[in-house]
Design a protein around this ligand. Structure first.
Ligand code: IVH
Length: 722
């Protein structure tokens, strides 16, 4: 019989696992690593095997979490299963033994497997009826998922129709995932828009697919690999390998790294080969899945507790290491966000030397109760910034105190606040320095942003040089960049830039030339370069297109700030109950400013949040001063009306495959200058698809949607009419 200790532990584990399941499956926001999660599950499973009466099946057989309610639900006619896991070679050997025993196969009777990479994304079921995609659903709890058919229409990798010889009814199962490159681009964009970056590609894929506004899925490039099936009218093959070949033939993307294996040794060799290739893959995998190849054997083996007996996931160990945390430092970002960073005694994790790890925010530090001097476990997953996953409390030196998050900016001493998050209405987890440009850290970060790629993009003046010039007192504000040459010339010979380490006559001249070449700049770049919170590249373009000229933009912002200012004096300075007639009247400027605000809030893609951010930014006198000074130095080009008579003006266009006569970036820029909108993925709303050699599923999708498709020749021909 289970004693009280065992049953209490079982209950506690079950509750903890259920909570993590909810965070992982429902909120797309796991708070522990896969390895920690697996450890909890193993402990629970071990307890249940020691004390079978504890196993009520609630956790060990439950898969995922029920749908969140934001989507319509879909019942899976054939349940979507989970997999048993193996961490060691012995556990894989045990799996093979179990399979042989179950099938009563002699130890030397042939038994073949497939070894497939285990894609770290989210599983999905795609129901094709008469070769047309009818329903797409997430796994949910395995029995009921969420209907994401509308979202999937924006995923170019998932065909809307299958090839002619596909069965009449075919439920395809596979994994939706995001590549590392797309994940990074998404996070760069989120950060630029002052939104919180996503923790990993899996969460990014899940969050992107489950956008309530389906069109938003189209802004997030998702990929897909098919590896299984649910309900089918006729099975097109009798082995797993044959099925994968059939899926491919019907037009579905399948993973090219799948191997055919005939023994434990071959499975392990496949595992090791893929593990060695793993770092170079474009997407995350967290192990291998071994499946009995013959479908008749799969059917005989069946399932137990919603896991097939004919398959197992052989997981890769997480890349982790233990080291000492020397200090917690606070970095201050461009918009004042305070990010705690753990300084570590350097250690190699998965072949990379790690010196720093992120601690995310004050809440995370409190949750871990991490203190300087602690021994910590860190984890590095793919290209993600290493993170502290746990603290080895028994190794804690005596006399340490819980870390107190600073309430003053460590750089400028200004007050630190947790702002209200306009989306949630709750205080944000991020603490911010309120110093604005008074804060040297924010100054430097804003300057770095000012010269970044999508902003002024000044060759020879990157983040490193900005930091050095700032420290030397040579560049404190954006305008200083443009007076650098003049000020340098006025200095005595011995103090000029040419004497700085790393510089010489030529490099200094090159730097001055490249600064000079950016003195004339487009409106959208200037707006973006200002580094206003929530005004990323996209909003900057929208604002530029709306206001057209720099003067119009600045005047509107001046009026906006006046309106905001008067609004707050009315709210604060007037006693409650004052009769309306006694309220101070709006100034004419403020009235116009109210109009600007309404105008901004109504622009598609901006709204109140951006309007608030602009108000806050232009309400700060020092920001306006910086802009006035900059204005005196640069020439801002008007946002020119698009060439309306070009053949692609106003059209949405997708480039796929490789182009031979120009780079993608070039083609994109050209299309935009001709008034087209370049988008990443194909949907019914796409007007033109330019397909170069190697265009795969996007081309297939364009064909199936009956879109206009151009080859590179046609594109070059039409693009000439610039
Ligand atoms: S087979 C009945 N094959 O892993 C078999 N799953 O832990 C069910 N996954 O829910 C899945 N790559 O989301 C299978 N090649 C692969 C996979 C794979 C990734 C995921 C899938 C599944 C989870 C199970």
């Amino acid at each position: 019989m289970a004693d009280k200790k065992a049953s209490d532990r079982h209950a506690a584990l079950a509750a903890e696992i259920a909570e993590h399941d909810k965070r992982y499956f429902q909120d797309d926001n796991p708070t522990i690593s896969d390895a920690d999660y697996d450890a909890l599950r193993r402990e629970l499973e071990d307890l249940e095997s020691d004390f079978p009466e504890l196993a009520d099946g609630s956790i060990t057989s439950g898969i995922g979490a029920a749908p969140s309610g934001a989507f319509a639900t879909v019942e899976h006619p054939v349940p979507m299963l989970s997999l048993n896991k193996a961490l060691t070679e012995e556990e894989v050997a045990d799996f093979i033994t179990r399979v042989r025993r179950f099938l009563r196969l002699a130890a030397d009777a042939p038994l073949t497997f497939t070894a497939e990479p285990k894609i770290d994304g989210l599983s999905i079921s795609l129901r094709y009826e008469n070769r047309k995609l009818a329903v797409a659903a997430t796994r949910g709890d395995g029995a009921t998922g969420e209907n994401v058919t509308a979202n999937v229409a924006y995923v170019a990798a998932i065909p809307q129709t299958l090839g002619e010889d596909a069965p009449d009814l075919f439920e395809v199962r596979g994994e939706v995932y995001m590549t590392h490159a797309d994940f990074e681009a998404l996070n760069t964009r989120l950060v630029e828009e002052d939104k919180r970056p996503v923790a990993n590609p899996r969460n990014a894929a899940a969050g992107s697919l489950r956008q309530v506004d389906a069109a938003k899925t189209g802004d997030r490039p998702l990929q897909f690999f098919a590896y299984g099936w649910g309900e089918v009218s006729v099975l097109p093959a009798d082995t797993q390998e044959g099925m994968i070949a059939a899926l491919k033939r019907f037009g579905l993307p399948v993973n090219p790294l799948t191997r055919h294996c005939e023994s434990l040794e071959e499975l392990i060799a496949a595992y090791q080969a893929i593990a060695a290739e793993r770092a170079g893959l474009a997407y995350d995998i967290d192990g291998m899945v071994y499946k009995v190849d013959r479908l008749d054997l799969q059917a005989r083996l069946g399932e137990r507790e919603r896991r097939p007996r004919w398959a197992i996931a052989h997981k890769f160990p997480a890349e982790r290491a233990i080291t000492e945390l020397e200090a917690i430092e606070i970095q201050v970002g461009r918009t004042g966000a305070l990010t705690p960073v753990a300084r570590l005694v350097p250690i190699t994790v998965g072949g990379v030397v790690v010196r720093n790890a992120t601690l995310h925010n004050a809440d995370e530090i409190a949750r871990l109760d991490v203190r300087p001097g602690d021994t910590v476990e860190i984890q590095r997953a793919g290209d993600v910034i290493p993170q502290v996953v746990s603290v080895l409390k028994d190794k804690r030196p005596e006399g340490t105190e819980p870390y107190v998050f600073p309430d003053k900016c460590p750089v400028c001493g200004s007050q630190v606040v947790a702002e209200m998050n306009p989306r949630t209405g709750r205080p944000d987890v991020v603490r911010r320095c309120t110093g604005g440009l008074v804060c040297e850290a924010q100054q430097v970060e804003r300057l770095k942003h000012f010269v970044s790629r999508a902003a002024f993009d000044i060759e020879g003046l990157g983040a490193k040089q900005i930091a050095a010039f700032h420290a030397a007192g040579l560049i404190k504000t954006p305008a200083d960049i443009f007076t650098l040459a003049q000020r340098d010339a006025a200095r005595p010979q011995g103090e000029r830039l040419v004497n700085r380490e790393g510089y010489g006559e030529t490099s200094v001249q090159n730097l001055f030339n490249s600064i000079e070449s950016r003195r004339t700049i487009s409106l959208r770049r200037v707006i973006y370069a200002l580094g206003i919170r929530r005004v990323g590249e996209i909003s900057s373009r929208v604002l530029a297109l709306h206001f057209k000229t720099w003067d119009a933009f600045r005047e509107a912002m001046r009026l906006l700030a006046i309106a905001a200012d008067e609004r707050s004096t009315r709210n604060e300075g007037v006693a409650a109950g004052t009769p309306l007639d006694d309220l101070p009247s709006w100034s004419k400027d403020a009235e116009e400013g109210q109009g600007v605000r309404a105008e901004l809030a109504a622009i598609d893609g901006l709204g109140d949040v951006v309007a608030d951010a602009l108000e806050a930014f232009f309400g700060e006198h020092h920001n306006v001063q910086v802009i006035d000074d900059l204005s005196a130095e640069i020439t801002v080009e008007d946002e020119v009306a698009r060439a309306v008579d070009s053949p692609i003006s106003g059209k949405s266009i997708v480039f796929t495959g490789s182009l031979e006569q120009m780079t993608r970036d070039e083609a994109k820029a050209r299309a935009e200058s001709l008034g087209a909108r370049v988008v990443g993925s194909i949907s019914k709303k796409t007007d033109i698809v330019v397909a170069g050699p190697g265009a795969g599923s996007k081309l297939a999708k364009a064909q199936s949607l009956g879109l206009e498709i151009w080859d590179e020749e046609t594109w070059m021909e039409r693009a000439k009419h610039a």
